[in-house]
Design a binder for this molecule. Structure first.
Ligand code: PLP
Length: 222
């Protein structure tokens, strides 16, 4: 039954294309990150066989256990870290991932900057903003976002590609997407990582360049 994930991928891809069109955006302007956390090769491989190459994981350790092998089999995979990062995992994260969406405090930004330099790798980086100001959620507080972005640029000399957010579950996602888009625009940042299975079309309407879609492709997680 695992081939279902390839069928679901096709459906999500079509919905993205329709949402791009509805928003008067050019086809292909949105990158689909297939979030494969908690799933292993039997579910992931049909999506790779279907030609998809862009995946998201929320844990360094879990990603390390499955992606090096899959990368041997399928060339040109782009891997995104979308979960919180501890600074003691920065080295492995820079080795394994191509993009990190969860830069949210000086210690992490510093650790990533140091590792990119040491490894001679340049990752695409997003600053996560806690747009709902939720205490349990990661991300820089909106009031601190400008200073944090400036610090990354001017003190650590790392390029920030864009912003990422996870809206509170019980609030209108559109409000958070609008806020994030404005904040990114104010800082000249082009990439916007926003939208998940439940709201990726809304996110595209508000300018998402990267949507992170898990359950709509792989099925509901336990
Ligand atoms: C799990 C996860 C997703 C995907 O969520 P779905 O609702 O399954 O699409 C997106 N972003 C982050 C940060 C996640 O942890």
């Amino acid at each position: 039954m695992s081939e279902d994930s390839a069928v679901h991928l096709g459906a999500v891809t079509q919905r993205i294309a329709a949402a791009e069109k509805a928003a008067n955006r050019s086809g292909g302007s949105v990158t689909l990150i297939a979030v494969s956390k908690t799933y292993f090769a039997p579910e992931i491989e049909p999506v790779l066989v279907a030609g998809h190459r862009c995946f998201g994981e929320n844990r360094v350790q879990e990603a390390k256990g499955k992606w090096p092998d899959l990368r041997q089999l399928y060339p040109h995979i782009e891997l995104h870290l979308i979960g919180p990062l501890q600074s003691n995992k920065a080295k492995e994260a820079v080795q394994l991932f191509d993009c990190i969406h969860t830069i949210d405090r000086p210690k992490i930004a510093q650790a990533i900057a140091t590792e990119m330099k040491a490894q001679g790798r340049v990752l695409k980086l997003f600053v996560q903003v806690n747009t709902g100001e939720e205490p349990q959620k990661a991300g820089v507080m909106p009031a601190d976002a400008s200073a944090f972005i400036a610090m990354c640029r001017n003190e650590l000399y790392i390029e920030i590609a864009g912003l990422m957010c996870i809206p509170p579950v019980d609030e209108e996602a559109a409000i958070h997407f609008t806020f994030l888009a404005k904040l990114a625009h104010a800082h000249g940042l082009k990439a916007l990582s926003m939208g998940m299975s439940a709201d990726f079309e809304t996110a595209i309407a508000f300018g998402a360049t990267h949507v992170r879609v898990g359950s709509a492709i792989f099925g509901t997680r336990d």
